[in-house]
Unconditional design. Structure first.
Lengths: 451, 179
């Protein structure tokens, strides 16, 4: 018998887990014996995925026709979705070709590859070992020794699956080269940027070696992250342990879980392992103290603004379309404090700055799990009407709960995550965006205890 | 003789919505279910497996989608309540025995049906299934009670199902054109 409305509601609550164990048991029994009840579950699940397909498709069309409204997220999809009748066969054929191409790429590139690209977002570039340059990578591509990957914008990241099942992620402005493997291990060179490694659970991890500008890190089954610039590298170990050798003096140390080490050319000191500092939830970026700027250029002081950072252009390739120009300022928050900066949905991010012309400004930040893996990016668009008159200084205060997660499958909310990088940008037109102050204020301040 | 690469791709494309829907029943996240379908398609194409016929392919694909979903839940430490294996097997069997429509036609029919639905209905579905809000959060955003949201979603699914079936049967009579 066909279920009635209230039975349908019951099934929806069942899917949401809004039931007592006893109710759940009874509904499960009903589902086992009633084909009509199961048919409703199939209907709900099919419509759920189709609604999402249509929304993605609508977002794609909006992006094509209104470049200023473009969402700076690129979910690289293997299968295009197309819904017009006259195009449906064409769509199917195109999808077949694309999938076939991916499969061919997968097979043909399946030399004894070290690793496979599993996710790609934002502007990236791939330099093959034989000099091949590709502006965009595709999920499924197999990579080997000599290949170099670059993520070239604050919103970009690439996730790789290593042969032992471990996950390696680079994000922001990062360059990673795959080196020859040694004794069954895997070796990489991180020239700059941020890298996260999460070992596969329950498998025999292989040795992993990362050469950074100022240190070499050797691990096996270790969860860790590295932040590297040309003169400084910081390693944080969040699970397992790592052996670190400083390139400056050859000194080596063992870094255990919950500890970190920094090798800096400017300090010229032996490596010292320290416990990872307690997190803080307040953070302010004094631009005049010259923080790590990953994108933008300095402007001379103006009035009581001692430091001003102007957006720099950044070309953002789009598959199958003309590239988009972004004008962005990006700061590495992790460089400006020894403490991890913890994010809460009721915290607020304030940006002070100005634009020469009225234009929408996109504000965003990247985050990682507290002492864990990369957790994605979060963004919010602020319309020019909310910023005030062009040419005048504005200050926007943005509740973190209002930022949208660009990669909700990594983290749907910034709650409890650690802040990595911050950025502000305009899309397509250079509106003369300047930023002169950034601050994170919590609803309730946490003062870390002294070590 | 085993299915060719071309046959595998066509079969997977025809079953795309069903396979993604099966994955959704595990993870309850439409973006993750899309990723899972892509992973299943990639696995099917790597020739680590071969299929004697379409039924074998579909059986493998549904089981792989379910496993990938469970793995995704584990990796993301999601505590989503999971249907038991027996119910999944029944659902998968029913999906496999259902007649397949041309790739994209069901989505196209849904698009037409949604175009005729009130704006609030479209918003409700977007919040729930694309933005990934819980019914409680949707209720809050729409200024409605939780019971009202469950009632609306349940009626919406049912009316959309009737609308889609109507359009698909008309299309069958019109030589494939959804009107």
């Amino acid at each position: 018998m066909k279920p009635n409305d209230s039975q349908h509601e019951l099934l929806l609550r069942y899917l949401d887990g809004r039931m007592t164990p006893d109710e759940r048991r009874r509904v499960a029994e009903w589902l086992r014996s009633d084909a009509a009840a199961r048919e409703f579950l199939r209907t709900v699940s099919e419509q759920a995925v189709m609604v999402a397909d249509l929304e993605r498709s609508a977002a794609g069309r909006k992006e094509a026709f209104h470049p200023r409204q473009v969402v700076v997220e690129q979910r690289r999809k293997i299968l295009p979705v197309n819904f017009h009748v006259w195009q449906s066969w064409l769509a199917a054929a195109a999808a077949v070709v694309v999938l076939a191409a991916v499969a061919f790429q997968f097979r043909s590139k399946h030399r004894p590859g070290l690793l496979r690209v599993t996710k790609v977002t934002g502007s990236s570039q791939y330099f093959g070992s034989k000099g091949k340059i590709e502006n965009t990578l595709t999920s499924g591509t197999s990579l080997g020794a000599g290949d170099t990957l670059e993520t070239r914008s604050c919103d970009a990241w690439i996730e790789l699956k290593l042969r032992d099942g471990s996950t390696l992620t680079i994000a922001g402005n990062s360059t990673l080269r795959i080196l020859d493997s040694e004794a069954g291990g895997q070796r990489f060179k991180l020239s700059r940027g941020s890298l996260w490694v999460s070992p596969a659970a329950g498998t025999a991890a292989k040795p992993l070696s990362i050469q950074a500008p100022t240190m070499t890190v050797e691990t096996r089954g270790t969860q860790f992250d590295i932040q590297a610039s040309s003169a400084e590298t910081m390693l944080r170990v969040n699970g397992g342990s790592a052996r670190v050798q400083q390139l400056l003096d050859g000194g080596a140390v063992e870094v255990r879980s919950g500890h970190q080490v920094t090798a800096s050319l400017s300090k010229r000191e032996p490596l010292t392992v320290t416990p990872q500092p307690a997190p803080i939830n307040y953070w302010a970026c004094d631009l005049w103290k010259v923080p790590e700027v990953t994108l933008g250029r300095w402007l001379p002081p103006l009035g009581n603004e001692r430091a001003r950072l102007r957006a720099d252009p950044l070309l953002w390739p789009l598959p199958g379309r003309d590239p988009l120009m972004l004008y962005a300022v990006a700061l590495a928050a992790w460089k400006s404090t020894d403490h991890p900066v913890v994010l809460h949905t009721d915290s607020k991010l304030s940006f002070r700055g100005r634009t020469e012309r009225a234009q929408m400004v996109r504000f965003g930040f990247s985050a990682q799990k507290m002492r864990g893996a990369f957790a994605g990016k979060f963004e919010i668009d602020v319309q020019p009407t909310s910023l005030g008159s062009a040419g005048e200084t504005w200050e926007v205060e943005l509740l973190l709960a209002h930022f949208r997660a660009l990669h909700p499958h990594l983290a749907a909310s910034p709650e409890g995550l650690e802040l990595n990088d911050l950025y502000a940008l305009t899309i397509d037109d250079d509106a003369g965006l300047e930023i002169n102050h950034v601050e994170l204020t919590p609803a309730r301040l946490v003062v870390p205890s002294r070590p | 003789m085993n299915l060719s690469e071309h046959d595998i791709l066509q079969a997977l494309m025809r079953a795309r919505v069903r396979l993604s829907a099966a994955a959704w029943l595990v993870v309850r996240d439409t973006h993750a279910s899309e990723d899972i379908f892509q992973n299943v398609a990639l696995k099917a194409m790597t020739r680590e497996v071969s299929f004697e016929n379409e039924a074998a392919l579909m059986s493998w694909a549904f089981i792989t989608a379910r496993r990938e979903g469970i793995d995704w839940l584990r990796r993301h430490q999601r505590e989503t309540f999971c249907l038991d294996a027996e119910i999944f097997e029944l659902l998968e069997r029913e999906w496999q025995s259902e007649a397949a429509h041309p790739a994209g036609s069901k989505v196209e029919a849904l698009q037409d049906c949604l175009a005729a639905a009130p704006e609030s209905a479209r918003r409700l579905l977007k919040l729930r299934y694309f933005d990934g809000y819980t019914c409680e959060e949707v209720a809050e955003q729409m200024g409605l009670g939780l019971n009202a949201i469950y009632k609306r979603i349940s009626r919406l699914h049912e009316s959309l199902k009737e609308c889609i079936e109507g359009k698909l049967s008309n299309a069958a009579g019109n030589g494939g054109q959804v009107s």
